[in-house]
Design a protein around this ligand. Structure first.
Ligand code: NAD
Ligand code: TYD
Length: 342
């Protein structure tokens, strides 16, 4: 199977390339990526010249290019996105451009290149489309039937893209599935997201900016578990179906912070409480029962503290990767995001 992957130079995309090619099947990947601030070809430097892999620099909003590439491939895995909530609060427009207009352009290209609706299209989305769960109801989890109720501009743009994919299935019979996944962690994550941000700050001797009361909860999944789930949906998912993906690994941010500090040998003095994120979702938690029952997937690489310890070790072992990433434009973003918050 030849897969067109969008956004393959980002965090999940680059791990997906490595995971899928390493899985041993008869797979090849064309990676289409615009190389925005979070897309980094160095994330795939270790691939060398594997002839099952090809990179194309381009934008998912380029209809002709997308139709041409889809025409060459058997399936599409769509991950290209603007992905960071805090950036969407600073400026939502790039999120509408890529996540909404870009997804619609891909769907249009798919219909042009595949009028018979033979090619599987996996739309990689997020649990954030479901909104926020209360802290005092640990029994509540997001299921695929939870109403879409996004609270941040990022989540709203992803929810819009999910609706566009569903509309294409309903109206045109497009062979698409949607995945809604919880927070990922692992190597090559852009250090604006909380785990790589905190770990690399500590390596640099800087404090970690904890938002608000630190009680917000996320369900943490190792990126390789996510990649395995996407492959399962690609190969065995039912047309038009949505699959939730989660790690069954809920942690409050303060608990996460304490675990990182303990593993890295620091104390609470390295926590810098900062002003809360506006509209900060309280809790995300996933019921992944459907993908387990129907496709036989369960997370096997996400258990803490081991998976967290290994991820921290990766950032310690690869300072050249994140030091380059944390230079240049990143510094201006960091100043804008955190400069006046303490
Ligand atoms: P990321 O920001 O690390 O990577 C996004 C990639 O998309 C980058 O390589 C970027 O260059 C590329 N891109 C952006 N705009 C583009 C455009 N217009 N055309 C072509 N390429 C473009 O993001 P990530 O964390 O790897 O997330 C990947 C996908 O998974 C996103 O769709 C995100 O919504 C979803 N997701 C992420 C998480 C998470 O915890 N990171 C959880 C659930 C779902
Ligand atoms: P993040 O990694 O941005 O993912 P998301 O907002 O998509 O869940 O943030 C994870 C949690 O960590 C979220 O509750 C916000 C919190 N957080 C901080 O406390 N400090 C920070 O500097 C960042 C980036 C996030």
């Amino acid at each position: 199977m030849k897969i067109l992957l969008t956004g393959g130079c980002g965090f999940i995309g680059s791990n997906f390339v490595r995971f899928a090619l390493g899985a041993g099947g008869d797979l090849s990947i064309v990676n289409l990526d615009a190389l925005t601030y979070s897309g980094n070809p160095e994330n795939l430097a270790d691939l060398g010249d594997d002839n099952r892999y090809r990179f194309v620099k381009g934008d998912i909003r380029d209809l002709d290019l997308m139709a041409e590439l889809i025409g060459e491939c058997d399936a599409v895995v769509h991950m290209a996105a603007e992905s960071h909530v805090d950036r969407s609060i600073i400026d939502a427009r790039p999120f509408i451009q890529t996540n909404v207009l870009g997804t619609q352009t891909l769907l249009d290209a798919l219909r042009r290149a595949d009028p018979g609706n033979d090619k599987r299209f996996v739309h990689v989305s997020t649990d954030e489309v479901y909104g926020s769960l209360p802290l005092d109801r640990p029994d509540l989890l997001f299921t695929e039937d939870t109403p879409t109720d996004p609270k941040s501009p990022y989540a709203a743009s992803k929810a819009a893209s999910d609706f566009l994919v569903r509309a294409a299935v309903h109206t045109f019979g497009v062979n698409a599935c949607i995945t809604n996944c919880s927070n990922n962690f692992g190597p090559y994550q852009f250090p604006e997201k909380v785990i790589p941000l905190f770990v690399t700050n500590l390596i640099e001797g800087k404090k970690v900016p904890l938002y608000g009361d630190g009680l917000n909860v996320r369900d943490w999944l190792h990126v390789d578990d996510h990649c395995e789930a996407i492959l399962a949906v690609l190969e065995r998912g039912e047309r038009g179906r949505t699959y939730n993906i989660g790690g069954n690994n809920e942690r409050s941010n303060i608990d996460l912070t304490h675990q990182i500090l303990a593993i890295m040998g620091f104390g609470d003095e390295m926590i810098q409480p900062v002003k809360d994120r506006p509209g900060h979702d309280r809790r995300y938690a996933i019921d992944a029962g459907r993908i387990e029952r129907e496709l036989g997937w369960t997370p096997s690489r996400s258990a803490w503290p081991l998976a967290l310890r290994e991820t921290i070790a990766w950032y310690k072992d690869n300072p050249q990767w994140w030091r380059r990433v944390k230079s240049g434009a990143y510094r201006a973003y960091y100043e804008q995001q955190y400069g006046s918050k303490a």
